[in-house]
Ligand binder design. Structure first.
Ligand SMILES: [Mg+2]
Length: 414
């Protein structure tokens, strides 16, 4: 049986800030733009007690917590700490697939002879990360990615959840919102249809689930049954790193599409940085309502791994698509021609100027308003080496499950 770990740092950006500045410890801290029109990038556990969450508008966070301490993001610093975290992962297996700066899947099946079973390795990794960075991580251990990902989130912070051999039995009592892509829009519909738990989805009539969820239904059922054969694909061997999302409602304006590309660029930048890679080329992919797939590719003047550069390239590419009257059901961004990022100064927040940053945050905020509160941090990641994606789903909360050979991620509670 495979042993897959999902390891996720606890409130990563906020925890880095609290570690670096002792005066912030024990306080409700958020990382984000000082401007009230921005959004929360990360919230400390103290802030979460007030109901403050990442992706929440800053003004709302202030409303919920009067003593909120706002810290400006230091992307270079997070990338530096992230590299130390990933170095610990790589001590136990080369099969490390980063999902962002602060979380990864690890396949430790072949490492057990050397280091002990999955649970033991998870404990050692948590200890190693704490020793290397002073920060806690939460881990899930399971025989498949889906269950490992859910498990790591069940006992945060500093949690460790071992999924027993009976994966389906472990998943059964969990609420349907634990399923990738079932969010505030889809969940009420499913609940009305009588699906309350993952166990209900596992037992569902496949045809009924397909009617409720579209072509995505059968996959949901398989996952709820604990059937998830996807492998951990190490980023350092990846030919490309991508992010893409299928939307419940077709996108019809350039603005809408551009906003989704920013979210994808941000996710791709995080993964590149976590893997120590830079992109030499950027590809934008659009799937039209009739499933026509269009792609445009550009080579970057110099390799890059930051959101701004990737997104700028995406916008240039966007103008090369015939968008008049187009109805777009899927958008995607992938980074190609990957190489080591040694010469690149990684920065998630390169646009230091407040007005520029405000611009980006506003775009993110509007995108979140448009698509619900999850898609930005809840990106469905697809490797472009996947020969094709599964045709899009029906009603979804803006996001669909990645195809089996590709990788996805669940709701990010960071
Ligand atoms: Mg995290």
């Amino acid at each position: 049986m495979r042993q897959i770990l999902h390891v996720d740092m606890d409130a990563f950006f906020a925890s880095v800030e609290q570690r670096d500045d002792p005066s912030l410890r024990g306080k409700p801290v958020v990382v984000g733009g000082a401007n009230r029109r921005g959004v929360v990038a990360a919230a400390s556990y103290e802030a979460r007690e007030f109901g403050v969450r990442s992706a929440m508008p800053m003004a709302e966070a202030h409303r919920r917590c009067r003593n909120l301490v706002v810290v400006s993001p230091r992307g270079g610093r997070y990338a530096e700490v992230s590299r130390r975290v990933f170095d610990v992962f790589h001590e136990y297996t080369p099969l490390v697939e980063g999902l962002s700066l602060d979380e990864a899947f690890l396949d430790v099946t072949a490492s057990r002879g050397l280091f002990g079973d999955g649970a033991t390795i998870a404990r050692r990794i948590k200890d190693g990360v704490l020793e290397a960075t002073g920060l806690t991580a939460s881990a899930g251990v399971a025989s498949c990615k889906f269950a490992a990902k859910i498990a790591s989130d069940l006992d945060k912070p500093n949690g460790l959840t071992i999924v027993p051999g009976d994966v389906a039995g472990f998943l059964a009592p969990l609420p349907i919102e634990r399923m990738w892509g079932i969010g505030p829009k889809t969940a009420p519909t499913l609940r009305r249809l009588g699906y309350q738990t993952l166990g209900d989805l596992a037992k569902a009539d496949p045809a009924a689930l397909e009617r409720a969820l579209g072509s995505w239904g059968p996959e949901v059922r398989e996952l709820a049954r604990g059937n998830d054969p996807r492998d951990v694909v190490p980023d350092r061997e990846a030919k490309s790193i991508g992010a893409e999302v299928t939307y419940e409602l077709d996108l019809t304006t350039r603005d809408e599409i551009a906003r989704t590309l920013l979210a994808h660029a941000s996710r791709v930048a995080e993964r590149l940085t976590a893997a120590g890679l830079a992109a030499g080329a950027v590809v934008v992919k659009l799937k039209l309502h009739d499933f026509t797939l269009l792609t445009r590719r550009t080579t970057l003047p110099s390799p890059a791994s930051d959101t701004r550069t990737l997104h700028d390239a995406c916008l240039v590419l966007l103008d090369r698509f015939p968008l008049e009257r187009a109805r777009v059901r899927l958008t995607g961004v992938s980074a190609q021609d990957l190489g080591p990022a040694a010469a690149v100064q990684p920065s998630l927040f390169r646009d230091e100027k407040e007005d520029k940053r405000r611009g980006v945050e506003n775009v993110l905020l509007r995108a979140k308003e448009r698509y619900g509160d999850k898609p930005i941090t809840f990106a469905s990641l697809l490797e472009d080496r996947t020969p094709r994606t599964v045709p899009g789903p029906g009603a979804r909360d803006s996001e669909r499950l990645p195809s089996r050979r590709a990788e996805g991620r669940g709701p990010r509670r960071s």
